[in-house]
Design a protein around this ligand. Sequence first.
Ligand code: MRU
Length: 352
Amino acid sequence: MLSNTAVYPVRWDRENQCVILIDQTRLPGEYTTVSISDSTQMARAIKTMIVRGAPAIGVSAAYGMALGAREIETRDSTEFLKQLEAIAEMLRQTRPTAVNLFWAIERMLETARSTSSSVGEIQAKLLETAQEIQADDLQTCQEIGKHGVTVLPETPERLNLLTHCNAGALATAGYGTALGVVRSAWDNGRLNRVYADETRPRLQGAKLTAWECVQEGIPVTVITDNMAAHCMQQGMIHAVVVGADRISANGDTANKIGTYSVALAAKAHNIPFYVAAPLSTVDFKLADGGEIPIEERDSQEVAQVGETRITPSGVDYYNPAFDVTPAELIAAIITEKGAVAPQELYQLKTQT
Ligand code: MRU
């Protein structure tokens, strides 16, 4: 069940025919929204992380395509498809790792190609498809939440779950993948508390996961990234649940930078490490995680904390935004079709 504090990071404003995004770069200090009325604005919002998180990026890109379709003036459907492909390419260039972006764009292009009617009707169908992608994601996350609770370890006491980055309502259409499991555990009386890694350099854990938990009344403890292994060693963590940006066919999982070290620490302490993600995050075309493109972001993100520069001049920087956790460190991948061991992921392919 969605609480009345539910958060929807992407909304279609029917009256003004535009998309309203929660500006995630300003949370938790300020809750503000940005209205997006064309595809270029949407591409910029994805790139600058006003909207972020793999499924939310997918939903936003779908709306970007729907908005872009309305910018095309020709009534000739072949020319229309050509111009739509150029908009798709602009949106594809925003962020390389989350496969949901490419998946949603492809689904929109497929809709346009298979709608054999007037340009006006294709434009209407594209908006409907974006809304469908959004509604499906909400439903999918709720299913992930339900399946997730069934795989969490049985313990005499209620669970302490650790998560990394933000895989919550803000990162999806509105319920969350990893935080969907957390929410579901909370609703079922199985959760004691969430430990949220702060997630340098952009602090999605400290800012966004913590904010969402506070909205929902879920007890949350924020720790810096380098405290996770210590907390595990102290017996404070029963399980780890994280989201994913792209999962290769063998179950290797790209997620926010730092996820891999959390998985290694969990393995060393015999703590189950779960990945919660919709099947649209699985890229069955990629044999293993080595093929997943990893986004590198501006060095400023490492050089600064907020507006404050923390490094001396004259140093070099490296800022990969994601890392790949090998399948052997993952106890189960929790999808909308159920939770499976990484090596069984392919069995779910036929069911999509
Ligand atoms: O760079 P971000 O904030 O878009 O990265 C987000 C993550 O890594 C999430 O864990 C992932 O996208 C899953 S969101 C349900």
